[in-house]
Design a protein around this ligand. Structure first.
Ligand SMILES: Nc1ncnc2c1ncn2[C@@H]1O[C@H](COP(=O)(O)OP(=O)(O)O)[C@@H](O)[C@H]1O
Ligand SMILES: [Mg+2]
Length: 287
């Protein structure tokens, strides 16, 4: 008998938008229960890669194999739908539905598939809220009534609502101040342990990567240039990883030099709205 399938296998994945190649041959193999972080400069294609894995973006070539089943060919779409139900995703900037209450956001898929009554769906949503350390009192609020940090937690609760076998998190700490960011990172690590999921997170925050991952993949020039244990990040031997880490350390020093006193109060205040970084290294959105 051969070894069990990897949980996720990405093979020679290519995607261009118009004439602009974004992914030019991504290979990645992720074992069940592993927690990976995907690093890469802003605009390098990290979000596109996650969207190819969940099936929101159709690659031009290559394949995504989940539990041994190809998910990207039209021929196997029936299989693909079954596979994609295994995946929960937290989108960049939370992307909550602003016209739905918190609990309806969390129970969105349950409500869509009508597997349970509204009352049951609400009860499940409240249990997921507890997992992200939020009380039932926020269940009936609208997303706009929450701070950015709370929205991230609701988005995380939504991503884990179906107890997914695979969790994809796109910049779960971006735009949060360091204290909130640490809180979310600890929460992710805790949930991943509790649900025993396989995780790929995108982050520009090396501190967070150290908390939420055991493996790292670095995306550069459309392909993965380095993979290794998170603990080896500073001795990767890869020039692009070294440059990325160097950029991040410099950014942290620059931010520390400009640090303002921490806001007082309930700890849910946050920094000004996130903005996309434009330089090659990590963005400054995790301040
Ligand atoms: N739907 C789309 N149409 C055209 N270009 C896109 C689309 N989605 C992403 N891109 C482009 O692909 C590149 C990679 O984007 P993205 O994956 O979002 O980068 P990041 O690594 O910052 O997550 C960028 O140049 C972006 O403009
Ligand atoms: Mg992105």
């Amino acid at each position: 008998m051969s070894a069990p399938h990897p949980k996720i296998q990405v093979r020679d994945l290519c995607k261009a938008f118009g004439r602009e190649p974004v992914l030019t041959g991504v290979d990645l193999e992720i074992g069940a229960g592993e927690a990976w972080v995907l690093l890469g400069a802003s605009g390098s294609g990290k979000t596109v890669l996650l969207k190819c894995i969940i099936g929101l973006v159709r690659p031009d070539a290559g394949s995504v194999v989940i539990d041994g089943d190809e998910t990207n060919s039209a021929r196997t779409r029936r299989v693909a739908n079954g596979q994609l139900e295994k995946i929960g995703m937290l989108f960049q900037r939370s992307a909550l539905f602003d016209s739905l209450k918190v609990w309806e956001n969390i129970a969105f898929r349950l409500l869509q598939t009508k597997q349970v009554s509204r009352q049951e769906a609400r009860d499940i949503a409240i249990r997921r809220l507890a997992l992200v350390h939020m009380g039932a009192d926020v269940a009936d609020l609208m997303p706009a009534e929450l701070s950015g940090g709370m929205q991230k937690r609701v988005a995380l609760a939504r991503a884990i609502a179906g107890e997914p076998e695979i969790l994809l998190l796109d910049e779960p700490t971006a735009g949060l101040d360091p204290i909130l960011s640490n809180g979310i990172s600890d929460l992710i690590a805790e949930i991943v342990r509790e649900l025993n999921t396989t995780v790929i997170s995108i982050t520009n925050d090396i501190d967070s990567a150290r908390v939420i991952s055991d493996h790292v993949a670095m995306l550069h020039d459309g392909a993965i240039c380095w993979t290794g244990p998170t603990g080896d990040l500073t001795e990767s031997g890869d020039a692009h990883v070294a440059e990325y880490i160097h950029g991040w350390v410099e950014e942290q020093a620059r931010l520390a030099a400009h640090a303002r006193p921490a806001p007082e109060g309930d700890g849910i205040a946050e920094s000004p709205s996130p903005s996309a970084g434009s330089h090659g290294g990590p963005t400054a959105t995790d301040t």
